[in-house]
Design a protein around this ligand. Sequence first.
Ligand code: TRP
Length: 464
Amino acid sequence: MAIQRGGFSTRIGFILAAAGSAVGLGNIWKFPFEVGEGGGAAFVVMYLAFCFILCFPVMVAEISIGRKTKRNAVGAFTALGHKKWSIIGYLGLTSGVLILSFYNVVAAWAFGYFIEMVTGHFDIGQRFGEFTSDYLTVGLYSLLFMGTTAFVVSRGVSKGIERAARILMPTLFVLIVGLIIYALTLPNAMAGLKFYLVPEFSEITGNVVYSALGQAFFSLSLGMGALITYGSYLSRDSNIVKSAAQITLMDVGVAVLAGFMIFPFVFSQGIEPNGGPGLIFVTLPGVFESLGSWAGVIIGSFFFLLLSFAALTSTISLLEVPTAYVVDEHGIKRSKATWLVAIVIFLVGIPSLLSNGASEALGQFITLPGAGTLDFMSFVGLIANDTFLPLGGFMIAVFVAYVWRKENFDAELAEGADNLKGSWLQSYVNFAVSYVCPVLLGLIFIVTVLDNFLGIRIMTMLLG
Ligand code: TRP
C-alpha cells in the first residue's frame, strides 16, 4: 500500500511528541490519587521499579516495531509477516478507545477548572462532586476537548503535536517546581513528604501491585501500540534506546514532582490522601486561593490551562492510534477517519460522563468479586488501563523476543545507535524482553486477574 506518511521533522520532535503523549493527566491527576489510595511511598517504590524494569524495555520494543514497519498498531504485525499477532493491535485499539473515552471526561474537568479559576471561583474544590455531576457543562467541555483533539490529529502528527509539546512541556515543569517550593513552606508539609517518601511495606496488597503496574503502563503510554504508531513516523537515524530512556525519565520525573507538590498541600489542608479521583481537584483550588486573589487567579488558571494542554498532547496520541489504523488499513482519508473515530469515542464516553453522580441509572455501579463495587469510569479504568495495557505489554515482549526474534530486534536498535555493538542499556532491553518482561508480567497478570475478577486473593495470602 503506497500511503504517504508524515514524519517528525527532527529527533527532538519525536521525543517531545512521545513525552507529550506520556506526560498528562496520568502524571498529575492519576498518579497522586493512586499513591494516596495505595498507601503512599510503598506504591511509589513499586511504580518506579515497574517503570524502569518492565516498561522501559516494552517502550523500546514498541518504538522499534513501529519504525521498522512504518505501520499502525495493527498493520505493523502483518507487515512483519505475522498476521495472527495483529491481535495485539486490535487489543490496543480497544484499550485506546476505552481509555480515551474516560480520559476525555477528566480532561474536561481540567478545562472546566481553568474556566472556574479565571472567574475566581476558588470554592470549586468544595463543589467538586456537584461540578462533575453537572453533565451538561462537563459534556460541553468534553465535546470541545474531543473536537480540539480531532482537529489536531486530522492535520497529521508532525505539524500540530510537535509544536505544542515544544513550548508547553517545559512551562508546565517550571510551574510545578514553583508550586513545590511554595508547598514546602506550608504547615504540616513534612507529614505529606513522609507519607510520600517513607514506605510502609505492610500497605502492599494485590490491588496495590495491580494498580502500580497499570499506572506505570498508563503513564508511559504503553501496551496499546501508541508508541508503535509514533515510532512509525520516526526516521531511521535516531537512537531508539536513548530516546526511550529520555522519554521514560521525563515522564517519571513529572509524576514524581507532581507528588512532591500535591502531598504537602493535601496534608497541610488536612485532607485525606485516599479520596480517589477528586484528590487534586479538591485540594488545589484552596491552594490557589491562599496565594491571594490576583496571584491565585493568574497562577490557578495558568496551572489548569497547562494541565489541559498536557492532557491534549495525550488525547492526541490516544486518538492517533485508531485513526492511523483506519487510514492505513481501510484507506479512508485522514480527516474523515479522524472525525469518525472521535465521534464513536465520544459516544462510548457517555456512561463515564454520567458515572460521576449524574445518573444512577446508566452503569453507575458494577460489582466485581475482587474489586467490590465500581462506578463506570473506574470499571473502564480497571479493564482497559490496569488489565489490557499490561497484557498488551506482555504480548509485545513475547512477540519481539520469540516471534520477530531478538536478532532482528537488535539489528533495528543498532540503526541510528551511536555505537554499533550497542550500549549496556540495549543489552538489558534485549535480556528484559526475553525473560524479565514475559515472566514478571505473566505472573503478575495471572495473580491479579484471579484477585480482581475472581476474588481469589493469592497475593494477600503470599504477603501475609
Ligand atoms: N500517558 C498519558 C498520561 O499519563 C495517557 C495516555 C496517552 C496513554 N496515550 C496513551 C495511556 C496510550 C496508555 C496508552 O496521561
